[in-house]
Design a protein around this ligand. Structure first.
Ligand code: SAH
Length: 459
């Protein structure tokens, strides 16, 4: 740590060269060894900055002028990019984003896991890195007496009215635009979170990418939805792909979008989508991966790494709605999935029978408790797949893996830092990380998903 006083003061203006990017996508500059974070600046750029905050070990600065641009700098196509905060990387070319994500994974594996020689492949991106999200959750408000909706301004609760989000499905933009127009026409009031009054809180849309089916969810403060029939008639007339219109009632003063009660107003309770050949039923509240195209890429890789012949017993820990389990079951003898959320397991079971897949068992519970119990029952998997939340695998779960000694562990991760920590533990327990494949599930953002494979070292 730098013991001296920081070499810059607030409001200082200076020219720096950007050396790196943080995992949040901010540029990193050094002034006499002191770190300055410079949002929206790219590596290699020479920028004039103004210091906005000085802490002991690091500070923040704002770009005033770009003297020398990175070859990866592009004009963000979205008009509200600077205000929205939903995307962080639109000012960087897509190739640049993919390189940045690969480097980030490599650096973190080295720094946290001490894994210097593990190959980290180039990030697999999308051929069209826009309009990929299958779920939009749009807050509704009022401005000058008009119903508006769009996005919260970065770090605030002010709604910016917008009709276009370039990472959402176009049908979603159409649906939100239509509902705002109808609300204004029929005098349906938006929810006012300060006074806890009004009706319409959020419009949520879900789309099946393979099936083109659309679900529209109106989140309201109470049961009452004025002009309901007219609204339903207009939505079904104007949005030909809509298969389901649902009302969710959220009576609470809260930032949480959904309330406890959900009623189908028109059409089906579920829409459907496919990942590969497997069909999934999606209800208003179901968890489902938001980028189905890249989910297939990720899970195909996981399947390849699992290297199944049809004879293997496989455990899918943190299985969610069983997406990976069902993928694996096509090529395994039997798959055991475990997940902590009961609704997700109900979906997993429904999806298994929807696809006529019988060689799977799903259990509700903490993976770190259920797996030792399976072990005690004599279950000896050849392959274990884990896909934990951001905080990574529980220590007890890693220990169970080490006592179960599967031939291979396939680790799917949404956080390279915890991936690195856990790989290190597995390496110390006798496994070797063969390779790591980053997959871009969230183009234009800084998120990176990885799949990696470890093999038990032969002694
Ligand atoms: N592969 C899954 C998604 C995994 S996301 C799918 O495609 O559906 C991580 C999952 O881990 C979440 O569903 C979360 O509910 C679950 N989870 C979190 N902590 C857990 C624990 N201790 N034991 C089991 N599951 C857990």
């Amino acid at each position: 740590m730098n013991k001296q006083a920081p070499p810059v003061k607030k409001n200082d203006q200076l020219r720096v060269t950007i050396q790196d990017l943080t995992h949040e996508g901010a540029g990193v500059a050094k002034v006499n060894g002191y770190t300055l974070f410079v949002p929206k600046a790219l590596p290699g750029e020479e920028v004039d900055i103004k210091v906005v905050k000085v802490n002991k070990g690091y500070g923040f600065a704002r770009v005033m002028n770009i003297e020398e641009e990175s070859p990866h700098r592009v004009e963000p196509p979205c008009t509200i990019y600077e205000r929205c905060g939903g995307c962080q990387m639109q000012h960087m070319s897509y190739d640049g984003q993919l390189l940045f994500k690969q480097k980030q994974v490599k650096d973190v594996l080295e720094r946290i896991g001490g894994l210097r020689s593990v190959p980290v492949h180039p990030t697999i991106g999308m051929s069209e890195p826009w309009r990929y999200r299958n779920k939009a959750q749009v807050p509704i408000g009022e401005e000058g007496g008009l119903v508006i909706g769009g996005f919260y301004q970065e770090r605030s609760h002010t709604i910016i009215d917008t009709d276009k989000c370039l990472i959402q499905a176009e049908e979603s933009d159409d649906a939100v635009h239509l509902i705002k127009r109808l609300a204004n026409e029929y005098g349906i009031r938006a929810y006012d979170e300060k006074k806890h009054r009004g009706t319409l809180r959020h419009v949520v849309t879900r789309k099946g990418y393979e099936t083109d089916e659309l679900m529209v969810i109106l989140v309201t403060r109470g049961k009452e939805l004025p002009h309901k029939q007219k609204l339903l008639d207009a939505i079904t007339k104007k949005l030909p792909n809509v298969k389901s219109i649902v009302q969710n009632i959220n009576i609470k003063r809260t930032n949480v979008i959904f309330g406890d009660e959900t009623n189908v107003l028109w059409g089906e309770e579920y829409i459907y989508d496919y990942i590969g050949d497997i069909k999934f039923a999606i209800s208003a509240r179901s968890f489902f991966q938001v980028n189905p195209e890249q989910t297939k890429v990720l899970y195909d890789k996981a399947l390849e790494y699992a290297n199944l012949t049809g004879d293997e017993i496989v455990i899918d820990a943190y299985c969610g709605i069983g997406t990976i389990s069902l993928f694996l079951a096509q090529q395994a003898k039997h798959v055991y999935g475990v997940e902590i959320v009961p609704d997700a397991i109900a979906d997993a079971k429904r999806n298994a029978s929807l696809n006529g897949i019988e060689n799977v068992d799903f259990a509700v519970g903490e993976a770190e408790k259920v797996m030792p119990w399976w072990y005690a029952q004599g279950i000896r998997p050849e392959v274990i797949v884990v896909d934990p939340p951001r905080k990574g695998c529980d220590q007890a779960l890693l220990e169970t893996i080490l006592s179960m000694k599967p031939d291979r562990v396939v680790y799917v991760s949404c956080n390279p830092a915890t991936l690195a920590r856990d790989l290190k533990i597995l390496e110390e327990g006798g496994y070797e990380t063969k390779e790591v494949q980053p997959v871009d599930m969230f183009p234009q953002s800084t998120h990176v998903e990885c799949v990696s494979v470890l093999e038990l070292k032969k002694i």
